[in-house]
Design a binder for this molecule. Structure first.
Ligand code: LLP
Length: 413
């Protein structure tokens, strides 16, 4: 863990967070390069000599510096839009290590994927398969495909991030997949590569992942019996992280089990959160302390537009004082932002000793933090910094006030 107290100050690797705040201002996202690399390497190493590709799910954090450090150590990427494809290419990724997921790929996205030579399209419906075939036929190429099946397994996670149940919009019903594979197998413009599955995010129990694996392996056997060869199995992402004190999935045990079950099949995984979640923090400063008879509010300069997870999912993020021995007003504080919504909070009921001006670290904010941020209430999006040992790099400038509306126009009449 590269975020720790040295002296009394929280550090990212060997850089003091207070120094970063003095250089870059507040609020700020801070990432540790070594944590990102080590987390990816843990997945990669666990496979040993078994054929595999660890495709980082770009949506978790798509800053091109994050993508660049991962590309440099050999990562593949799981992308879901032409924008993410452009980002990974700008970051130096190899297109042949990219899988393209998502329920509604546009014609333009499919064309671009084929043009740059991506590894595989993860197809989510009969209609999408038809569109991919049409585009490939027009370009007179073969499109590499996997069908994303929905195994009807309960991931036992937050309903908004559960994807593998029949009632979800994702994937093809596992019982209908054979017909689609037959169709793809007989098309001269489609090249069946693999089988894909992703059942949800922030899973803390491995059982649903293994249940899904058993179901997709049954399908691989059925397909083989019909003469349809599957070269790789893409098992998606979903490995959860520790935000509080929840159990986590042991990555080595999970991957050992996969390797034992899949024979010679190549395995692709698409972890996002497990690579960047605990490799990033969001730093915010206390503006005002406000207490009434019922509540103690710490009004901070960060808000739901910067880190949406608490508001959207009721997600818990640990809050640490940047100065470990900060002495101030002791209370159970709700950390709320400046936005005009009651739902604008980062944390509730946290025992802290606070003074106006203190910096607080919202931990485990590296995944789905900046990427889900917005300009709501006309708040410029914050800066992002990557720390590497004792070095720090600004990897995204803070937006300016002018940036907020420089693509908008007045009506001239
Ligand atoms: N592959 C596919 C097809 C996905 O849909 C996702 C995440 C991943 C991989 C990566 O999953 P991970 O390893 O990160 O769990 N905004 C939510 C999470 C949404 C996840 C969407 N799909 C949050 O903040 O919790």
């Amino acid at each position: 863990m590269s975020f720790s107290y040295q002296g009394q100050t929280l550090h990212a690797d060997s850089v003091g967070i207070t120094d970063l705040m003095a250089s870059y201002g507040s609020p700020l996202y801070v990432y540790s390069r070594s944590d990102i690399e080590n987390n990816w390497r843990e997945f990669d190493a666990a496979f040993g000599a078994h054929p595999h590709l660890i495709c980082y799910a770009v949506k978790a954090n798509s800053n091109i510096a994050v993508l660049n450090v991962l590309a440099k150590i050999g990562a593949g990427f799981d992308i879901v839009s032409i924008g993410e494809l452009a980002r990974v290419l700008a970051a130096g990724a190899d297109a042949s290590k990219c899988v393209f997921s998502g329920v509604a790929k546009t014609t333009q996205e499919i064309e671009r994927g084929l043009e740059v030579g991506i590894r595989c399209f993860n197809v989510e419906s009969a209609a999408e398969l038809e569109r991919i075939e049409q585009v490939a036929a027009r370009l007179n190429v073969q499109a590499p495909i996997s069908i994303r099946v929905n195994p009807n397994v309960d991931a036992k996670t937050h309903p908004y991030i559960s994807t593998g149940l029949k009632g979800n919009k994702f994937g093809v019903d596992i019982d209908d997949a054979i017909d689609l594979y037959q169709q793809a197998h007989h098309s001269q413009y489609l090249n069946v590569q693999g089988l894909d599955c992703h059942i949800g995010s922030q899973l803390t129990d491995v059982t649903p992942l293994l249940d899904a694996l058993d179901k997709v392996l049954e399908l691989v056997v059925k397909l083989n019996n019909q003469g349809i060869a599957i070269a790789h199995l893409d098992l998606g992402g979903g490995v959860g992280i520790r935000y509080d004190n929840e159990d986590t999935i042991d990555i080595n045990t999970y991957i050992d089990t996969i390797v034992k079950k899949v024979g010679n099949l190549e395995v692709i995984l698409e972890p996002g959160r497990a690579i960047v979640g605990n490799a990033g923090v969001f730093i915010t400063q206390v503006e005002f302390l406000k207490q009434n008879s019922d509540k103690s509010f710490a009004i901070v300069d960060g808000a739901m537009n910067d880190l949406l997870r608490p508001t959207l999912y009721g997600a818990y993020h640990q809050v640490l004082p940047v100065n470990e021995n900060a002495q101030g007003l002791d209370a159970h504080w709700d950390l709320v932002g400046p936005i005009c919504e009651t739902g604008d909070f980062l944390a509730k009921d946290r025992k802290l000793s606070l003074t106006e001006g203190d910096y607080l670290a919202i931990m485990s904010a590296g995944a789905y933090g900046f990427g889900m941020s917005s300009n709501y209430n006309s708040r410029p999006r914050v800066a992002e910094v990557m720390v590497s040992d004792n070095q720090h790099h600004l990897i995204r400038k803070r937006e300016t006030i002018q940036d907020l509306f420089n693509t908008e126009t007045l009506i001239n009449d």
